[in-house]
Design a binder for this molecule. Structure first.
Ligand SMILES: [Zn+2]
Length: 520
């Protein structure tokens, strides 16, 4: 057994212990050095613990979904060239059906001969169509194989309980580069996790206390997922992010692209939540906390391993790239044992002077599993993105405003402005609009905004209220960005979803009001 090594940022080694049989890949362990973001040769064999079949399936889903958005512009360019032909409407419909899988609103096409084809409305219409198709496909086919009740979700729930946790509640940053954190980076069945993205991962404490109360109440009343008498805990996780390639610019915007500030902000919010539960409820009520960082270039996580008392160090973590390098030449079972040893030796506090028992055994098992899952994702990025994503910055396809979007699990697809009320989400939305001015408006394309409010179908009047929230949000957007809206450079789709059932979102309105016959 090698001597335990520290993993604090100041003392992390510059190179992993290189395996004898394989030359060290240029794994970047100096996470802050620009240009050293873990570039891997494309054709290296996968890690013994990674799951190439799952990687292939996830890649197929991601590229299919992104293709459905990215082929809109080329198709519209082709239509633009045809718009003065005599049989333009028929040609356009045929072409759209073949390339996009749906027709186009006839009203827009038919007026093309009088003036220019209204490309802005057409683009927004196609984009909203793509979103609806993805939502429908997600709930129909379960492409990520992680819905509630699925085999993988049931297995993970049992594992989680065996680690001593009855609920896993994760708040990643709302940045689109973390939208895949659950299903891809951490490889968790989405049906097993409560996900609440917030700008800077700064989740709402009161709201989370409410959720904790509901969770404990359910255990007390219905023994779901287990009885309240069993000594399991509610686990709240924050996933902050940083960029190994360009730490000063491509980190978390909400924390000034400063990863130390992002980690500190996340930990502070976690501690506030814990304090809120402890102060509000007696009888030793508490929750467990876990702080994770995600490198948005390589998708490698770093886990701040808490000690048995729940203490978390900000400057000490286990880097999954480092764990990857240390285990890549071992047989699977030995690699798992080694991962656990690495987790234990990376613990917060005076690690080296305390025995291995200084990490809660259930917490250690869970973190080991998360690192193992992340190893698959590291191989995913190696195999399909040459070790680090080409789109280091923002490349989202639409803005999502409101509450819901359970079906969105892809990196850089959606910029989220999570909001109960417009006032509350205005700052997040401003950031999103600014991003899309660069991505879309600069090319003459509108900003597509999908407004979404999920509701509990079992609650009387809930759907009507959700529709009302959508309309209020749309009104507020029109008031906030009148120039963009008036010039057709910002379009909205209004949708609601019954979260009590496994059904797709339902469209209830759109700014493309003239053309509602197509479902918008
Ligand atoms: Zn962020």
């Amino acid at each position: 057994m090698p001597r335990p090594r520290r993993y604090g940022s100041a003392e992390r080694p510059l190179a992993p212990t290189a395996p004898a049989r394989r030359p060290p890949t240029s794994l970047s362990l100096s996470g802050s050095a620009p240009g050293r973001a873990g570039r891997f040769p494309a054709a290296v064999e996968p890690h013994p613990l990674s799951d190439p079949a799952a990687n292939e399936r996830l890649q197929a889903y991601e590229s299919e979904v992104k293709r459905s958005f990215d082929r809109i512009v080329p198709v519209l360019k082709q239509l633009s060239a045809l718009q003065h032909d005599d049989d333009f409407v028929e040609q356009a419909q045929r072409h759209a059906l073949k390339e996009l899988g749906h027709g186009l609103p006839p009203t827009i096409l038919e007026s093309a001969w009088v003036s220019q084809l209204d490309m802005r409305s057409l683009f927004a219409w196609c984009l909203f169509e793509a979103y609806e198709q993805i939502s429908a496909g997600f709930f129909r086919d379960d492409p990520l194989q992680g819905q509630e009740g699925s085999e993988s979700a049931e297995a993970f729930n049992a594992f989680l309980l065996s680690c001593g946790f009855h609920l896993l509640d994760v708040s990643p940053c709302a940045d689109g580069r973390l939208a895949h954190a659950i299903a891809y980076a951490l490889r968790l069945p989405f049906g097993s996790v409560r996900r609440r993205p917030h700008a800077g991962a700064m989740f709402d404490v009161e709201n989370t206390v409410d959720r904790w109360v509901r969770t404990e109440h359910l255990r007390y009343r219905e023994a779901r997922p287990n009885s309240a008498h069993e000594p399991t805990r509610y686990l709240k996780v924050v996933v902050y992010h940083f960029s190994s390639r360009d730490p000063g610019h491509e980190g978390c915007a909400a924390h000034g692209s400063n990863d130390a500030a992002a980690a500190a902000g996340g930990l502070r919010r976690l501690q506030e939540f814990q304090q809120a539960v402890e102060n509000s409820f007696c009888c030793g009520a508490s929750v467990d906390l876990l702080l994770i960082g995600l490198d948005t270039d390589t998708d490698a996580i770093r886990v701040h391993v808490p000690d048995v008392n729940g203490h978390t160090d900000l400057d000490r973590w286990l880097d999954a790239l480092e764990a990857y390098a240390a285990t890549q030449d071992l047989p699977a079972e030995a690699a798992r044992d080694r991962l656990l040893a690495l987790v234990l030796s990376a613990r917060s506090g005076n690690g080296d002077t305390i025995a291995d028992g200084a990490v809660d055994p259930g917490m250690a098992r869970l973190i080991t599993r998360l690192i193992e899952h992340n190893i698959s994702q590291i191989d995913f990025v190696r195999a399909y993105h040459d070790g680090a994503y080409a789109d280091a910055g923002h490349a989202e396809r639409f803005i999502g405003v409101g509450i819901g979007f359970k079906e969105i699990h892809l990196r850089n697809l959606t910029y989220f402005a999570h909001t109960d009320t417009v006032e509350e989400g205005a700052a997040d939305l401003d950031v999103g609009v600014k991003i899309f001015k660069g991505l879309n408006v600069s090319r003459g394309l509108p900003i597509p905004v999908v407004i979404r409010f999920d509701y509990h179908g079992s609650v009387p009047g809930a759907r009507e209220r959700a529709v009302l929230y959508c309309q209020r949000t749309e009104d507020a957007i029109c008031n906030r960005y009148p120039d963009l809206v008036d010039s057709g450079l910002l379009h909205t789709l209004l949708s609601v979803r019954d979260r009590d059932r496994h059904v797709p979102a339902e469209t209830v309105g759109s700014s493309i009001k003239l053309y509602t016959s197509g479902g918008h």
